[in-house]
Ligand binder design. Structure first.
Ligand code: ADP
Ligand code: MG
Length: 218
């Protein structure tokens, strides 16, 4: 039997053991469906009750455009060195250690502005499962190497090439790029990053099959 979305729900639900908080990572190439999968998992697991699952996107750790400009990396936005990897790894450490006291805040990412926003995502002490997702969770270079040891389990999300690229272009268009700009950006930037992400696939605990991805209306 191929794995289903319900199987993923079961597997995620079982991660926090003995009342301890667990962190589930979802890695994968740009456009593979990581954020969508995370959103669906979190929504289904929380249901209508008291929320116990939180969604923390790696995208909140994008460096601001002003800083990318200063570093001369604005045209490579989305590459591994255009994120605050150390900040992300440290947030994961805090989410593991600071489970009793105050709300921990994670930054979010605003897709129209394409800028990170601090203090956007509250993680209350009652959160028992954190679903964190992004391109570079399985990278073993620089500060990225501190991410994997702080995750209880990592799933790898993938989608056949033509469809992934099509969705990526459509998403760029949806957030304000012209078709030409979107295609150029995907070719020049996203695809280089996708190749790097693909090399990290073997470090995942589970490769999510197509059969288990949530059904989303086009
Ligand atoms: N299971 C799915 N079925 C149909 N469309 C999807 C599905 N998952 C994602 N998409 C669409 O594909 C695009 C990329 O998905 P997203 O979750 O943003 O990818 P990622 O976070 O990996 O970059 C989005 O526009 C999203 O709506
Ligand atoms: Mg995403």
């Amino acid at each position: 039997m191929p794995l289903t979305f319900d199987d993923l729900l079961q597997r995620a639900r079982a991660l926090p053991r003995g009342g301890r908080r667990a962190i589930l990572g979802i890695a994968g190439s740009p456009g593979a469906g990581k954020s969508t999968l995370a959103e669906h998992l979190v929504r289904e697991l929380n249901g209508n009750g008291e929320p116990w699952v939180a969604h923390v996107p790696m995208d909140g750790f994008h460096l601001a455009d002003a800083e990318l400009e200063r570093l001369g990396r604005r045209d490579r936005k989305g590459a591994p060195d255009t994120f605050d990897a150390a900040g992300y790894a440290d947030l994961l450490r805090r989410l593991r250690e600071e489970t009793d006291d105050d709300t921990v805040y994670a930054p979010g990412f605003e897709r129209v502005l394409e800028q990170p926003i601090a203090g956007m995502i509250p993680i209350p002490p009652t959160a028992r499962l954190i679903v964190t997702e992004g391109n570079y969770l399985l990278l073993d270079t620089g500060a990225w190497a501190r991410v994997l040891p702080r995750l209880d389990e990592v799933w790898f999300c993938e989608l056949p090439e033509p469809e992934r690229i099509q969705r990526l272009v459509a998403r760029h268009e949806q957030f304000g790029k012209s078709h030409e700009e979107a295609v150029a950006w995907v070719r020049r930037s996203d695809e280089r990053n996708a190749e790097l992400v693909a090399t990290t696939r073997a470090r995942a605990d589970l490769v999510v099959p197509q059969s288990a991805l949530p059904r989303v209306e086009a």
